[in-house]
Design a protein. Structure first.
Length: 244
């Protein structure tokens, strides 16, 4: 989902993708590309100085997609890198002008090494099926994350026993959208993002609707309306994915 959102944003604005999953990354493996430069090399470089110029040296251009910081596939290496760089990276990303950043934080909880990135987010998006077990898992995390709940919303995926809006209401968060199960669309998106985004696949249509809700107004506004969410007017946002 993060890849799709980043690709859709990229069609209209500058965007980068950061893979910050403590469970290990999959972008490099999916594209059969190198894991370096990436999160591991950024963590090593960031011990001395972390700046926009340093960050740029550790981005990879994904084929047909955005520039990305890819995570090591090893969970141990990914967690080590995140513990070293997450706080500094969150502070840096919040200062970069004119760029949206989409971050995959994996399964976020109060002990996650990605928590600093979540704390700097304008939008924190939980993803889960509309089922009792996923709703319970997300409810626990929302309690643990405290104040971050106010910036959180839910995207439901696939089929379940309940309506996604009903699950979000019970969790007391906004229901930001529903993504249908579309394995062919997901494979298409991974193999050829540009072509996939021009298709009419159900996955692409649902992601486009969700992404449209994240984009800020076309011009600065002083007054706000009830359906505007906190943080949408920020020039650059950190969009989080927290699995479950």
């Amino acid at each position: 989902m993060c890849l799709g959102v980043a690709c859709l944003l990229r069609a209209r604005r500058a965007v980068s993708l950061v893979e910050a999953c403590p469970g290990g990354g999959c972008i490099a493996g999916r594209w059969q590309g190198p894991q370096e430069p990436g999160l591991g090399t950024l963590a090593a470089a960031g011990r001395h100085q972390l700046s926009e110029a340093v960050l740029g040296k550790h981005l990879q251009g994904l084929p047909g997609g955005p520039a990305a910081i890819v995570a090591p596939s090893s969970p141990t290496h990914a967690r080590t890198a995140l513990r070293a760089v997450a706080e500094g990276l969150a502070l840096l990303l919040a200062t970069i002008q004119g760029v949206d950043v989409v971050i995959d934080t994996g399964r976020l909880d109060a002990e996650s090494p990605s928590l600093a990135l979540a704390g700097a987010a304008g939008h924190l998006v939980f993803i889960g099926r509309p089922t009792v077990e996923d709703a319970d898992a997300i409810a626990v995390r929302l309690v643990e994350l405290g104040e971050l709940r106010r910036r959180s919303s839910l995207v439901t995926v696939g089929q379940g026993a309940y309506d996604g809006a009903e699950v979000a209401r019970i969790l007391a968060v906004d229901h930001a959208g529903h993504v249908p199960k579309d394995d062919q669309g997901a494979a298409f998106l991974w193999s050829s993002p540009d072509k996939a985004l021009r298709s009419r696949r159900p996955l692409v249509r649902s992601l486009a609707q969700f992404t449209a809700r994240l984009e800020p107004p076309a011009s600065p506004r002083v007054e706000t309306s009830p359906d505007e969410r906190p943080g949408t007017a920020r020039r650059h946002r950190l969009v989080q994915r927290a699995a479950r």
